[in-house]
Design a protein around this ligand. Structure first.
Ligand code: 3AM
Length: 182
C-alpha cells in the first residue's frame, strides 16, 4: 500500500464532559434556539476541543499516544460562566472568564506532542470554548450565566467522522489528569 493509500483518521483531543454536565450545557444551547438560530450541537457531542489534529496516519497516532503518556497536568476546575458568539464561524459557545493555568498547560502540552510527531500545529492562540450551536445568526442577549462547575479529571483522543446528518464522534482513548508528583 502506498503512503497515500494508508487510511488516516481525523482526530482531535478534547475534554469530554460527563452526561450530567452535558445536560446542563445543552440547556443553554436550547435556551438560545429562537434568538440565535442555527442548529444545536447534540447533547452527547458537546465537548471542549483541546487540539485539532486533522488526518492522522497510524504511525503518527502511535507516536502521539506515546508522547501523551508522559504528559503530567493536574486535574482542574472549569467554571463555565459566559456565553458568546463568533460571527466568522457562526458558532455559539460556552466559556469561562478565568481559564485555569492547567487547562492552558494541557493544551500547550498537546500541541508540543503534535509537533514532536510531525503534525501541523495550530498557530492561533488557544481559546477556551464549547460549541453549543453552529450556523447561528447572532449571539444571545445575555452573556453571563450561573456557572456550570466542571471538574476535569481526564482528557480524550476522539475520532471525528462527517456524515450527512452531522459529525459523529468516538472517544478512542482517555488519559487521567495527574500532577507530576503522583
Ligand atoms: O470545538 P469546536 O466545535 O470549535 O470545528 C471543529 C470542532 O471545533 C474543529 O475541531 C473540533 C472537533 O471537530 N475542526 C474541524 N476541522 C478543523 C480544522 N481543519 C477544526 N479545527 C481546526 N482546523
Amino acid at each position: 500500500m502506498s503512503e497515500a493509500e494508508i487510511p488516516r483518521q481525523r482526530l482531535f483531543f478534547a475534554l469530554w464532559p460527563e452526561v450530567a454536565i452535558q445536560q446542563r450545557m445543552a440547556y443553554w444551547a436550547e435556551r438560545c434556539a429562537k434568538s440565535c438560530g442555527g442548529k444545536r450541537v447534540p447533547e452527547a457531542n458537546i465537548h471542549l476541543t483541546l487540539a485539532f489534529l486533522g488526518g492522522v496516519a497510524p504511525e503518527q497516532r502511535g507516536c502521539l499516544e506515546a508522547v501523551v503518556d508522559e504528559v503530567t497536568v493536574a486535574p482542574f476546575e472549569l467554571s463555565l460562566d459566559r456565553i458568546g458568539y463568533w460571527s466568522r464561524s457562526r458558532a455559539l459557545w460556552l466559556s469561562t472568564t478565568h481559564t485555569s493555568p492547567e487547562l492552558l498547560e494541557l493544551a500547550m502540552a498537546l500541541r508540543a506532542a503534535m509537533s514532536v510527531c510531525g503534525l501541523k500545529v495550530e498557530e492561533r492562540p488557544f481559546r477556551t470554548h464549547l460549541t453549543l450551536r453552529r450556523r447561528a445568526h447572532r449571539g444571545p442577549r445575555f452573556r453571563e450565566i450561573d456557572p456550570i462547575v466542571w471538574h476535569a479529571t481526564n482528557f480524550a483522543l476522539v475520532a471525528s467522522e462527517t456524515h450527512p446528518e452531522g459529525a459523529r464522534y468516538q472517544v478512542l482513548r482517555r488519559w487521567r489528569l495527574v500532577a507530576s508528583s503522583e
